[in-house]
Ligand binder design. Structure first.
Ligand code: SF4
Length: 491
């Protein structure tokens, strides 16, 4: 990708970040200035905007060429706030698509997701369905309006069909999330602010604070009149706790939050999984676990700092099967440093042999604070990452798994996506809820973010984040509980 420096002169500078996201579909943007006061050496990108006869008209100029497009503005309704939101949506989309079309013409590059830069492309299909389109029409609309490839739009269609088979969102329900922000070692691509377990000194005070917050959370759920839906214990790596602490956490979880329609525990790192921890989960009827190899190549595992082997991942999986777990997810990552298509094909062959009940194929996203970014580690090309993602889909198809949730992140290798695939009846409701943002979440533990979905005309979401630092969380756990009180009771 060509590296460029850009000075944006924008009539609508409030969308400057969105324009930068579009530029990044075509270029590596090293430096980006918005309406600089002084003359800049960077390449000039100019945006013009006007409204005429009920239409929004947007023009972009770049490298001596221009593109103009227009869109009908929504008629004002009685509700001022709603009208403003609707207008913003139209103008932002118009501007992004106009810039996209100009850059696509200039570079002759067509990104797989077209002009889309957001995290949740499924929403566009849902929007179409809400306007009365059929599934096929909604898919076509996404392809035509945003230049999304047929392959990707078809993936969205399959996902929405799978999601429609699940219990539908209900404003009188809430999910529960419990965070264990500890891992044995830190993965090189991780930007999560958790802590390595180290000598385990922080774990007893952390658990004490967390169990108190969970106790308060259970009372809050009841007072708010919310019925428990799905519960997820994640992190970090919950199974990084020792067997006794893990049993304490899970016993308390099930005592305080009984009768969820689904329980998932992230058993992430295979080297943290023991027979004792799996037996605890079995005893408590926790149905769904996730064992994440990420890759089945030992050299890559060392490069990314995972501190376990492929063999350990296979053994942990087989042990869980032996103990009767019939809903096991495995996570893999396409685009890991040093991997070729053949490395990924090897991982896929191992996955096909193990036959997990669900498979999540992530694409590496290099977050700014991760070691991979800081060390500027060389990564597979966009084309190789795309090839790996295709292999992931073929493996899921071969195992009879259907795609059921999808999200995108910034800086993803090959401008791809993360997709969860599952056998019929094994889709994780919590994953869908958190990605589609249609269900409230009561979240406890360091770094956990509670979310309340208000059933307004446009779904309105408010959040109450817990602090991420473990020591600060322990000191301020009462304040974390009162933030949730404000979110779920006082609003
Ligand atoms: S297991 Fe997950 S949370 Fe833990 S270090 Fe690796 S990426 Fe980060």
């Amino acid at each position: 990708m060509e590296t460029i420096n850009v000075a944006l002169r924008a009539a609508l500078p409030e969308y400057a970040n969105d324009f930068c996201d579009v530029l990044k579909l075509f270029f590596a943007v090293e430096h980006y200035e918005v309406n600089p006061e002084e003359q800049s050496d960077a390449e000039q990108l100019t945006q013009l905007y006007e409204e005429k006869d009920g239409k929004a008209i947007c023009t972009f100029l770049f490298r001596g060429e221009s593109k103009t497009a227009e869109a009908q503005l929504p008629a004002p309704s009685g509700d001022e706030q709603h009208s403003a939101v609707a207008k913003k949506r139209v103008t932002k989309r118009l501007c992004k698509v106009t810039l996209y079309e100009l850059l696509k013409r200039q570079t002759c590059h067509r990104p797989p997701w077209g002009s889309l830069t957001g995290i949740r492309p499924t929403r566009l299909l849902y929007e179409g369905l809400a306007r009365g389109l059929t599934m096929e029409q909604a898919q076509q609309h996404v392809e035509d309006t945003f230049d999304v490839s047929h392959e990707k739009a078809d993936l969205l269609r399959r996902i929405v069909i799978e999601q429609q088979k699940l219990p539908q969102p209900n404003v009188s329900e809430a999910d529960v999330y419990i965070s264990i922000p500890f891992c044995r070692t830190r993965c090189a691509y991780c930007s999560f602010p958790g802590e390595a377990v180290g000598k385990g000194k922080m774990i007893p005070p952390y658990l004490k604070a967390l169990l108190w917050e969970m106790e308060e959370g259970a009372k809050l759920l009841e007072r708010a009149g919310l019925k428990l839906r799905a519960l997820y214990v994640g992190g970090g790596t919950p199974s990084a706790l020792n067997e006794a602490d893990f049993a304490l956490l899970m016993d308390e979880t099930m005592r305080l939050f009984p009768n969820a329609c689904e329980y998932t525990v992230e058993a992430g790192r295979p080297d943290t999984i023991t027979r004792g921890k799996l037996e605890t989960l079995k005893r408590l009827n926790v149905g769904r676990i996730s064992i994440n190899p990420q890759t089945m190549n030992d050299k890559t595992l060392r490069v990314i700092g995972r501190d376990h082997t492929a063999q350990q991942a296979a053994e942990a999986f087989l042990l869980a099967r032996e103990l009767g777990f019939d809903d096991i997810n495995m996570d893999v990552i396409a685009g890991l440093p040093g991997e070729t298509a053949e490395h990924f094909a090897h991982t896929m062959r191992c996955i096909r042999e193990l036959k997990p009940d669900s498979l999540t194929v992530h694409t590496l996203a290099i977050k700014r604070s991760s070691r991979l970014n800081l060390e500027k580690t060389p990564l597979p090309s966009h084309e190789v990452a795309a090839e790996m993602v295709r292999m992931g889909q073929e493996t899921a198809d071969a195992l009879g798994l259907e795609p059921y949730y999808l999200y995108r992140q910034k800086y993803m290798a090959g401008q791809q996506q993360n997709v969860g695939y599952a056998r019929p009846g094994k889709a994780c409701l919590y994953n869908v809820d958190i990605m589609e943002e249609t269900t409230s979440i009561l979240a406890m533990g360091a770094g956990a973010i509670s979310k309340r979905v208000f059933p307004d005309r446009e779904l309105r979401i408010e959040r109450a984040p817990n602090v991420t630092n473990v020591s600060v969380y322990i000191d301020r756990v009462e304040e974390m509980a009162s933030r949730k009180e404000n979110l779920f009771i006082n609003r």
